[in-house]
Write a protein that binds this ligand. Sequence first.
Ligand SMILES: C[S@@+](CC[C@H](N)C(=O)[O-])C[C@H]1O[C@@H](n2cnc3c(N)ncnc32)[C@H](O)[C@@H]1O
Length: 219
Amino acid sequence: MSKNKLQKFAQNAARWNVIEPGKPLYETIKGCWGEHFQNDHPLVLELACGRGEYSVGLGRAFPNRNFIGIDIKGARIWKGSGIAEEESLQNVSFLRTHVLELHNFFQQDEVEEIWIVHPDPRPKKSDIRRRITNPRYLEIYKSIIKPGGMIRLKTDNDLLFQYSLEVLNERDDVVDMEFTRDLHNSDLLADHHGIKTRYEEMALEKGDNINYLKFRFTR
Ligand SMILES: C[S@@+](CC[C@H](N)C(=O)[O-])C[C@H]1O[C@@H](n2cnc3c(N)ncnc32)[C@H](O)[C@@H]1O
């Protein structure tokens, strides 16, 4: 492992706002997020967060909500957790885990809202089960989100977006779905509070369109 990565991991280990394997909280946080944040404000998740631009950006804008960026890679989480620490954002934290493990960290109905921002598109047919809107992922989201909680997906990948629309349209427990294939020329842009992630910046530079959808589950 590179020296740079080792330094990042050492900093993550010392940060209160990084919950990762090896820390006692990693085993006990389920149902106890209020103790971690020292309030009972609603929890908002950013899945596949990378550098955590949404967790940090929304955390700045909404001090009465708690934001948790989730990514499998510690070196990615390091960036957002460092910014949150520098800015003393007490309502922003990061959890290092695989999205399919979320039910180990959140109780039923513990989550108010979920953002999924430019996830890996997994274009190969053999990877369909690994797409972040595959039904087995949706069941995990449904098991932790409150009834009526909003789930939002933003992606520059048309194939993943079309797949997601089809999967969601086939279900009878999805309501209030709205979507656009051109977010930056849509009324739905206001949902994003001016936040763009690294991957979005790269897609826009190439001239790609940005897709966005939101929906709720019924119970
Ligand atoms: C394409 S990057 C996008 C990062 C960021 N959301 C952005 O827009 O810049 C995808 C991120 O998802 C993370 N990731 C991929 N599969 C994951 C999974 N199953 N669980 C958690 N994180 C995952 C990767 O480590 C990577 O940081």
